[in-house]
Design a protein around this ligand. Structure first.
Ligand SMILES: [Zn+2]
Length: 195
């Protein structure tokens, strides 16, 4: 009789503990743990002419924005152009053959003439290349012989290649100045300064 009671008590205890396990399983089903979703940060955009902090501020509606951009680029190479005050950039053509010309070449002023009808239809990269090329002539008396930025053909450039050409220009890797003789000839054919 004593043994029978012990058995019943064991059965009750066992039954209770089984019931507890069942409750825990039920709770697990009701509140499943959700694994945290890790969202990677968006990759930064590839740098190009349209999102570059200097080039993106240029606009063909205001040709002087190219002068401001060129000054900023020059400052990256420790070249200070802020002392230059006589700057005229205006719409016009040189025999209708070029998109822009540096009429201030070999003079102590900057005078760039831009064929705006062609300029507006050019790609962003082509516009920036053209203006930087003309500033190269006008401010530094750089000739086409240096190649790179000063190569004579107006062209659209890949952003990274353009960065290299600009760097090579300011670091004098690709830079050949006009001779005095060439400057004499240039002064004979350039337009008179309107400023
Ligand atoms: Zn040129």
């Amino acid at each position: 009789m004593k043994k029978f009671i012990v058995f019943c008590v064991s059965a009750i205890i066992f039954g209770c503990s089984k019931g507890s396990d069942s409750d825990v399983e039920t709770q697990n089903i009701v509140t499943p743990t959700t694994p945290p979703v890790v969202v990677p940060p968006p990759a930064p955009p590839e740098p190009d002419f349209d999102n570059d902090s200097i080039y993106s501020s240029t606009s063909y509606n205001d040709l002087y924005t190219y002068w401001i951009a060129f000054q900023k680029t020059a400052s990256l190479f420790d070249v200070d152009l802020s002392y230059i005050e006589d700057v005229v950039i205006q719409s016009g053509t040189r025999n209708g053959t070029t998109m822009a010309s540096a009429e201030g070449s070999c003079h102590d002023y900057i005078y760039i003439v831009v064929d705006e009808s062609r300029f507006r239809n050019a790609e962003t990269a082509e516009r920036i290349f053209t203006m930087y090329h003309e500033f190269g002539h006008d401010i530094f008396n750089a000739s086409h012989a240096g190649g790179g930025l000063m190569a004579p053909n107006v062209r659209e450039l890949d952003y990274k290649l353009f960065q290299t050409e600009v760097s090579d220009f300011f670091n004098k890797v690709d830079f050949v100045e006009w001779t005095d003789e060439e400057c004499e000839q240039i002064r004979e054919i350039t337009e008179p300064y309107p400023g």
